[in-house]
Design a protein around this ligand. Structure first.
Ligand SMILES: *Cc1c(COP(=O)(O)O)cnc(C)c1O
Length: 225
């Protein structure tokens, strides 16, 4: 069975190759290791191979791992759906929150971010393949939400994230990302520098279209059961 450190090397090689193929700046695409459902020991394996940014989807599972791994210098990203009764624990325990799609959630995260911590890094989730999912703002509402979030004192708006409907065809995978990047560029907002998109099955399409942060679970840690 391939080890996590072997997989990590492969993924880095894949990212660097895609950067070259699609004329992206070298090292402009970072890796977020998605460790949901995987044990803390898997995170340690990736950590020992140099990985520092980890993404989790489920609050309680994440808190358990954070407690177990508190001696490690990990940057924790929350990439799951956000329930408003969980904003307080999210604001206190994560460095980044990726799926913000309403002003109400953003306001709660800002007001609940402990003053002892730096501003919470935020990506706004954009819904770019509308039929399949109810989460995320549509592109036409992005400008307003971005401006409103920019004014919240304890948040640092970093960029956008997206989870398009799965596609097998390469050009079909690229299509929603192209629309997203064009829509974000139209806003001319210099805070929006993180493009959080691309997963194990569409990493190359995501990099071709401008991803700066690919969120990889399966290809790194193996299938989830
Ligand atoms: C699970 C998950 C990923 C990782 O998906 P893989 O296909 O396992 O790479 C990325 N982003 C989000 C939001 C996820 O929930």
């Amino acid at each position: 069975m391939p080890t996590i450190s072997h997989n990590l090397k492969q993924i880095h090689a894949q990212i660097r190759a895609a950067e070259q193929t699609y004329h992206r700046v070298e090292n402009s695409v970072q890796l977020l290791a998605v460790s949901k459902t995987k044990p803390a020991s898997s995170i340690v394996s990736a950590y020992q191979a140099g990985q520092r940014h980890f993404g989790e989807n489920y609050v309680q599972e994440a808190l358990n791992k954070q407690l177990e791994l508190r001696a490690f210098d990990i940057t924790w990203h929350f990439i799951g759906a956000i329930q408003s009764n969980k904003t307080k624990v999210l604001a206190a325990n994560f460095d980044w929150i990726h799926c913000v799609d309403s002003l109400k959630i953003a306001q709660r995260l800002s007001s609940q971010r402990p003053n002892s911590l730096p501003p919470l890094n935020i990506c706004v989730q954009v819904n770019i393949s509308d039929e399949s999912s109810k989460s995320g703002v549509t592109l036409d509402k992005l400008a307003d939400l971005v401006l409103q979030i920019s004014e919240l004192p304890n948040l640092k708006l970093r960029g956008v994230m997206a989870i398009p409907a799965p596609q097998n065809d390469f050009s079909a995978q690229r299509e929603p990302y192209r629309k997203l990047v064009a829509g974000v560029n139209d806003l001319k907002n210099e805070n929006l520098t993180t493009f959080s998109f691309g997963m194990s099955d569409d990493l190359e399409a995501a990099i071709a279209e401008g991803s700066t942060l690919v969120r990889i679970g399966t290809a790194l840690f193996g299938a989830r059961f």
